[in-house]
Design a protein around this ligand. Structure first.
Ligand code: AMP
Ligand code: MG
Length: 408
């Protein structure tokens, strides 16, 4: 690992920063077999193939009557009722010519039948039925294997499991699934001014809030979270806590103290107890972002400003965690929009402005910045609905200009 001179950092373009981070960290190899009931949002450790076909047998899509049709049976055909087939209770006799079997949805088609007519379309008499309309061969039948074929791949490796995947796994008879173990992520916040909510504020203190955003963001990613509390602006104390965290975490997130202020000790501590890969990224908000390692743990030093820590988490830490979790990389879904107001931007850093986007009557997207873009203005994210994506060298955009947005 290269150790750059951290005293004279250059602003690293965000794409370079991200690819360096992804290169430095390997996907977790440990896997575990868990109940499908607990598998929501977990990442598959292997591709999953069907060991049986779904549905297993041809069966009825309707409540009605099953019979045999060569090509078509005309309306007014009379068929004698030979018996009954229920879901889970099949009719096993051969159905004779000119006969039918009463059948319920999901019941296996009895031998000798290939077609079902829903009961609403027949006249039912004591021991026979009369078709109200013509019936084509194969109507209202679900064919064996029409959902999933034997041996077919049903879920790829590296896929995040959804509720639909959970049902799919159960439908092929799998009670358990192999997933990548959840990464352990440590959160360390630094700052003498920070007080947890619930305590009285003294002069100069503020409530610690970034941990709450990080907790929510990490919960959405379904990782194991370990909190290391609020650490004073003291290099020795920060070093102790970071070293402790490095014993128990795959990734350490610190927050605050990573800039150039007098009480910003995180980089200096990182240089001493671990390695700095880079700090300072050409991103706004979020320039003071440090990346490195401490023992076997990856380390991301997030800026203390609330919006900066939020944006750098989403743009840099999230893809890193996806890699750690073995998740297939995701493309950012962007949309073209027109600026409803001018957008102010200086060249030099990729900017993720918080915006309000809306669609006009033609379905076209318009966007405007959501108030002040200061890196401490958390309400700019809380009530925005998109990022306005402005590339590094972009400058001011007039009203009516086109831009890209990313909806939350
Ligand atoms: P720093 O990066 O430590 O210089 O902090 C930059 C700004 O963010 C300062 O105004 C801090 O008070 C504020 N800040 C730092 N950490 C947090 C936090 N965990 N919660 C809320 N505000 C914070
Ligand atoms: Mg601080």
């Amino acid at each position: 690992m290269k150790n750059r001179d951290s005293s004279k950092p250059t602003l690293m373009p965000i794409d370079n920063a991200l690819s360096e981070m992804l290169q430095q960290c390997d996907a977790l190899l440990e896997r575990e077999s868990i109940s499908v009931l607990d598998a929501l949002n977990r990442i598959t450790a292997e591709a999953i193939f069907a060991k049986l076909q779904v549905p297993p047998k041809n069966n009825s899509a309707m409540d009605g009557f099953a019979f045999h049709v060569n090509q078509e049976l005309p309306a007014d055909t009379k068929l004698i009722i030979q018996g009954q087939a229920l879901a889970g209770n099949p009719f096993n006799e051969e159905v004779k010519a000119g006969h039918c079997v009463r059948i319920t949805t999901g019941a296996i088609l009895p031998p000798g039948t290939n077609t079902v007519m829903m009961q609403e379309n027949v006249q039912i008499n004591e021991n026979n039925i009369v078709l109200n309309q013509a019936s084509k061969a194969g109507n209202s039948v679900r064919l064996a294997g029409e959902d999933i074929q034997l041996g077919q791949q049903v879920i790829a490796s590296g896929e995040k499991l959804t509720p639909a995947h959970m049902a799919l796994l159960a439908s092929i008879g799998e009670p358990t699934v192999w997933v990548i173990r959840r990464p352990k992520v440590a959160i360390v916040v630094t700052g003498d001014e920070l007080v947890p909510p619930g305590k009285e504020l003294e002069n100069g203190q503020i409530y610690e809030s970034n941990r709450f955003a990080l907790q929510g963001l990490l919960q959405q990613l379904n990782v194991e979270i370990r909190h290391y509390g609020i650490v004073e602006d003291d290099p020795d104390k920060i070093a102790d806590v970071l070293l402790d965290a490095s014993e128990n975490a795959d990734l350490i997130l610190s927050c605050g103290g990573v800039s150039v202020g007098d009480a910003d000790y995180v980089k200096q501590v990182l240089a001493k107890i671990g390695q700095i890969n880079f700090w300072k990224v050409a991103i706004k908000p979020g320039k003071p972002f440090a990346f490195g390692t401490i023992n076997n743990a990856s380390f991301c030093g997030l800026p203390g400003n609330p919006v900066s820590s939020y944006v750098t988490f989403q743009k840099l830490v999230t893809p890193l965690l996806h890699k750690l979790m073995g998740r297939t990389p995701l493309a950012v879904h962007t949309i073209n929009a027109t600026c409803a107001e001018p957008i102010y931007k200086r060249a030099g850093r990729a900017d993720f402005q918080r915006g309000i986007a809306y669609q006009d009557e033609h379905g076209e997207y318009w966007v405007k910045p959501n108030g002040s873009q200061g890196s401490g203005i958390m309400s700019s994210i809380a009530n925005a609905n998109c990022y306005i994506l402005l590339e590094k060298e972009q400058t001011n955009l007039p009203k009516g200009a086109k831009t890209k947005i990313e909806l939350f």
